[in-house]
Design a protein around this ligand. Sequence first.
Ligand SMILES: [Fe+2]
Length: 160
Amino acid sequence: MSTEVKVKNTSAEVISSLSRELSSTYLLSIKYKKFHWYVSGPFFRELHLMFDEHHTQLLAVIDDLAERSRVIGGYPAATAEEFIAHAEIKESKNQTYTPQEMVEILYADTDTIINALHRDVELATKDNDPGTADLLTGIVQVYQKQAWFLAETKARKALV
Ligand SMILES: [Fe+2]
């Protein structure tokens, strides 16, 4: 039995999955900041603060994903161009959104990323990389909690 500790997983697939999750998270974090700045209406303060809280949580996720890539021998996406190219969600280009639209957009993006994370946890597990699988599993929980907050907010139709 080998006692060698496996330090690196140089699987190109796992490394590119980290760049994909990082890029999606980066674009979503920018969207949160945009909506933090642009939101208005009767629930301004509540939404303004929630968007910023989620943004801050995603900053930690971004750093963990990028550093995990380096730990296993990769070079994560690290420019705006790369983030746009690798992300599985799109930027929000409009200037005006209602608060309801903002929450719906954020929820849909979060749902996309949660599905991608499930897929990439499986990929890392199949590739015998429990460290990456564990990191991604933890990140799924961050996103699921955010999805809960967004869903509860979205359900309140008077948000307008
Ligand atoms: Fe602010």
